[in-house]
Design a binder for this molecule. Structure first.
Ligand code: NAP
Length: 262
């Protein structure tokens, strides 16, 4: 399917690896010019080179830095003269017990996983509406629908973002001008983050990563972890010209893990 977004410009945050990079790859294949960001410059440059090889016709710009810092967000926005597509992403907060978390831990999680996407959306959304095209995708987590106890910082911060988006996406000033805002909720995807989580679980249980990985895979009805490129392809469709009637949704990609009807 031709997605109808060739020549558009996209910002993809936290995109040197994993799900962010997969979204950037899928957009690159559609001929979308990119501004990608991550903290580590070396891996970011390697990702940019890969994208340029994948799609020689597009322009790929990089901004190294923590996206939860205002100065970095400003650089990202400046690098992208016209934001047609915005993919919000950042690392997830650490697991733990809420009894151990201080106010600073909460502020960090809220900054990265709620306030940063809101600030970027604020900077882009009215221009998108004026131009009659905008696609915003927030990478959140399956834990928004089915909270995971030890991920309380993530459950809380991402739910805050989700509630805010539910109202914003339905403004007729946006939806009526072909600006869509949706959240993509990953279940277990085969990325570095998942491997770190499995490795920590293996250490805690005194077992091997392979054994924990096998147990986790069997809990997924699809009997496997998602592949990042599957996630990227879905993201690219939501950003496509065909997806203008899809807004304000929380879209789960979890191989059937969420056990509810709705
Ligand atoms: P990943 O493989 O660890 O990749 C994370 C990417 O984000 C890297 O490029 C990293 O590069 C960048 N990054 C992290 N923090 C950043 C920051 N503050 N500013 C800029 N860039 C930053 O992780 P992933 O699996 O793709 O996960 C992406 C998001 O989905 C996370 O929020 C995660 O919690 C969520 N999620 C993932 C899964 C899963 O199974 N994979 C499931 C549910 C939710 P640098 O470290 O160099 O900055």
């Amino acid at each position: 399917m031709e997605l109808g977004i060739t020549g558009r410009w996209a910002i993809v945050c936290a995109a040197s690896k994993g799900l962010g990079l997969a979204c950037a790859r899928a957009l690159a294949k559609e001929g979308v010019n990119l501004v990608i960001n991550a903290r580590g410059n070396e891996t970011l440059q390697a990702a940019a080179d890969e994208l340029r090889q994948l799609a020689p016709g597009i322009e790929v710009r990089t901004v190294a830095g923590d996206i939860s810092e205002q100065a970095v967000r400003e650089q990202v926005l400046t690098a992208c003269a016209q934001v047609d597509i915005l993919v919000n992403n950042a690392g997830g907060p650490p697991p733990g017990d809420f009894r151990d978390w201080q106010r600073e831990d909460w502020l960090k999680a809220l900054d990265a996983n709620m306030l940063t996407p809101i600030e970027l959306i604020k900077a882009c959304v009215d221009g998108m509406a004026e131009r009659g095209f905008g696609r915003i995708v927030n990478i959140t987590s399956g834990a928004v629908k089915a909270p995971i106890d030890v991920l309380g910082l993530s459950n809380g911060a991402r739910s805050g973002l989700t509630g805010f988006i539910a109202g914003l996406a339905r403004q007729s000033r946006l939806a009526g001008n072909n600006v869509t805002i949706n959240n993509l909720l990953p279940g277990p995807f085969d990325t570095e983050r998942l491997h770190k989580t499995l490795s920590a679980a293996a250490d805690a249980n005194g077992t091997s990563v392979d054994s924990i990985g096998e147990q986790r895979r069997k809990q997924v009805p699809a009997q496997r972890f998602g592949q990042p490129d599957e996630f990227g392809a879905y993201c690219a469709f939501i950003c496509s010209a065909h997806a203008g009637f899809l807004t304000g949704q929380n879209l789960l990609l979890d191989g059937g893990s969420y056990p509810g009807t709705f």
